[in-house]
Design a protein. Structure first.
Length: 157
């Protein structure tokens, strides 16, 4: 599950994407629109700025706008910056691999094998979803062209 920091970060990026033609947006304006603490949002935006996902402009008329990737920024990159590794266990992580202390035979661990598959599928899915894709989906939802997907229960066959 994504933490609040990541959720607010994605919503802040979406807000900047929606207003990309308005120039820079102040932290106050973004925090008000998202109804999130300004200080919390400033920390999130600082993390995103360090990775080039947003650009900051100092001064009285300063604020933030999307970075160079713009609408092509994918959720996998955002999640990694704000959340950390995408894998469920360190042994299933590509970038942050660490063997599990509980595992006596990592070279034969079926759990690791299964969770690497989950991690790979998750990363692949998150890489396919960009800010542009999310804005397009918002338009379709707002226009009544489709409904929000809801989770369905899993039933054994």
């Amino acid at each position: 599950m994504l933490n609040r920091k990541t959720t607010y970060g994605i919503h802040a990026l979406l807000h900047l994407a929606r207003h990309r033609d308005d120039g820079v947006l102040s932290v106050g304006r973004i925090s008000e629109a998202l109804q999130v603490s300004r200080k919390f949002l400033e920390r999130i935006l600082a993390d995103l700025r360090q990775e080039g996902m947003v650009e900051s402009h100092p001064g009285r008329e300063g604020g933030y706008r999307l970075g160079a990737a713009g609408l092509d920024l994918c959720l996998a990159d955002v999640v990694r910056v704000l959340e950390g590794p995408i894998a469920l266990l360190p042994c299933a992580s590509h970038r942050f691999y660490a063997p599990c202390s509980e595992c006596q035979h990592p070279e034969r661990c079926a759990l690791q094998d299964a969770l690497v598959q989950v991690r790979n599928s998750t990363v692949h899915s998150l890489k396919q979803i960009t800010l542009g894709h999310l804005l397009q989906t918002e338009g379709e939802l707002d226009g009544g062209l489709r409904e929000v997907l809801r989770p369905t229960p899993y039933f054994e066959p």
